[in-house]
Design a binder for this molecule. Sequence first.
Ligand code: ADP
Ligand code: MG
Length: 543
Amino acid sequence: MSTYGIDLGTTYSCIARLDANGNPEVIRNNEDDSNTVASVVFFENENNVIVGQAAKENVETDGERVVQFVKREIGKRDARTYEFDGKTYTPVEISALILTRLKNLVEAQGGTIEDVVITVPAYFGLEERSATRQAGELAGLHVLSLINEPTAAALSYCARQFQEDRTILVYDLGGGTFDVTVLKMSMAQNDSGRDVQKITVLATDGDDLLGGKDWDDKLYNHILRACCDENGLTPEEVEAETRQDIRSKVEEAKRKLSKKQSAKVRIDVNGSRTEIVIKRADFEQMTSDLVAKTMNFVDATLEKIPAAAIDTVLLVGGSTYMPMIINAVEEKFPGKVQQHDPDQAVAKGAAIYASMLVEEVDSPSAADDENSADEKISRPEQLTSKFTVEDQTPRSFGPGVVDMNGAKHKYVLENFIKIGEKMPAVFTKTYYPLEDNQELVRLRAFENISTDDTLIPSVDEDGNPQATDPAHKVKLLGELIVNLPPNTSRDTPIKVTFKVDASGVHVEAVNTKTDEIFETFLRTESDIDVERSAVHQLRISSD
Ligand code: ADP
Ligand code: MG
């Protein structure tokens, strides 16, 4: 079976598939003796690039040749690039190296990997999503789809213990991000009228700059201070090597404190060996503000859905191994907390989703395939479209069109699909060419976070919309080119459709006179002709 689910994490990544019985299993990273691969890349020299724990071990000694937290950069407009040995790498290329490492895990164990589902944070916009997909393709993977991380986690929970009409809160505290999502499990009928288990996302929130790393930083400062006290030094007097020594021992100490009441670290402080003992109680005290911060997000998310009573809280993300997290969540939701492979749940859910998608597209002709016998064993019948997922849109989306109502023509953004709406979402509206004999329409598609029906995107002096609008985070995503035949009248209806799912946005226009369909979407960065003309627009019907 060659279908896999990938959790491409900020700090750790994980890959999973379904075993012969249809149960999700993680592909072990034997080299690091772990279920995950550190999302860290070390450019040792021009011939050797290392991904994983070994790369992480160079952070302190060779930091400038190490790339971490690349997920924070992927798909960002002003994303930084990285340069090593005369070669420039984009965040997409770095992510592809991490994905390649995951792919190699499978291949090293004799497996083949083709179709994958990659997970993304629920808050990722379109560009982050397409960049993630691109990274997959660059790594030689066929990306069937993307799925939101909390939804994937819920799917793996659902597959283990589905209960009808239950509301679940997913508390995901990873290495660099915190997300909270409320979902509902229910029974529903799918398109072919079959009863399926349905996951509906009700609300989502979080902080993309809060995670295990913040716990590491607190512990680092604590150990540094203790080293100073022990040796009668000021922090300024501590040598760089000592700082590096502390940095490299912090995460391990933190993990130890999840199991034991205290952890001992030995640090070489300016040449003299110093032993520091950290008590769990002290660690919990120094990080209690971070725990409180996550609980504030939980409260804010619950406020969005006042009627929902939470039945189960699912702890996801490596940082939920910390007893302080389990205790804080347990205190708020007594008897409702569940934790099951928190660092693997997302990848496992993605594996379940991937195999669902393959089931859906697999036609009976698969029987001709020589591997079909194996395929049957590895894709158990009970899994066939057992689930359906209704997520929420991460942004609002719509086209830019001309509004002819009133004295002056106005260029407006019509928000077809609004942030937080049911996803997949589809919206269609008919517009008209601005003028008779117009040859071309450059239909611009925008993303934003406003819930207004229309927005006026900020425009430059030529009346062209700016790519970004900070208040509503308006982003020009690209343009759909619609060629009109000669003598097209300005009353020709052009039907515009936006489709949004976890994988991205699909924009389509149909000339209803000729039935010609237009789908060629030009992405902003690369192919859009900057010479825009107001003539190349569609207008809202003024009748
Ligand atoms: P990501 O944020 O990349 O999705 P994970 O969900 O795997 O990654 O979470 C990684 C974080 O979990 C790291 O900060 C790591 O130090 C932390 N972590 C992993 N195991 C433990 C543990 N046993 N105790 C405390 N923290 C842990
Ligand atoms: Mg994660």
